[in-house]
Design a protein. Structure first.
Ligand code: FES
Length: 152
């Protein structure tokens, strides 16, 4: 049975925005999902209270690439306060949905953004936890269906 992806997911997967690295980034975040092995890295250029530029590298499934692409589009040029409010749900909605067995991929995108902001605060000697919260690195959330996702 083929999985149904929205046109937006397919479009962002085929033509991902903001792919690459930022040299001398102000914050770099990397998260991985221990079970599927996918890794997402996000680079941010921050000017004052604004995320001026953002790029990503995702070593992962199509949904992870599409959610990274959309997440970067949603936060580029935004104030840090607004970026902190980014949820995986907002990313999924902006992509017109994801199959339920691929929802964990969007969690990776939310965590990668938060991880980059945490790095930014840490570099300034500020404890990021009260601002950004805990990062779910090496995400151990239940993705029992992940292997199944690969076979489709
Ligand atoms: Fe691992 Fe999508 S992030 S299957």
């Amino acid at each position: 049975m083929a999985m149904m992806y929205s046109e937006k997911v397919m479009e962002h997967f085929s033509n991902p925005r903001n792919v690459g690295e930022i040299e001398n980034a102000d914050g770099v975040g990397e998260v991985g999902n221990a079970k599927c092995g996918d890794i997402m890295k996000i680079y941010m250029k921050i000017n004052g209270d604004t995320v001026e530029d953002v790029k990503f590298k995702t070593f992962g499934c199509g949904a992870a690439i599409a959610t990274s692409s959309m997440a970067t589009e949603l936060i580029k040029g935004k104030k840090i306060d607004d970026v902190l409010k980014l949820t995986n749900k907002a990313v999924v909605e902006a992509l017109d949905g994801l199959p339920s067995i691929k929802l964990h991929c969007s969690v990776l995108a939310e965590q990668a953004v938060k991880s980059a902001l945490s790095d930014y605060y840490r570099r300034q000697g500020i404890d990021p936890v009260p601002i950004v919260g805990e990062i779910v690195d090496e995400d151990e959330t239940d993705i029992g269906s992940c292997a199944l996702a690969f076979s489709k």
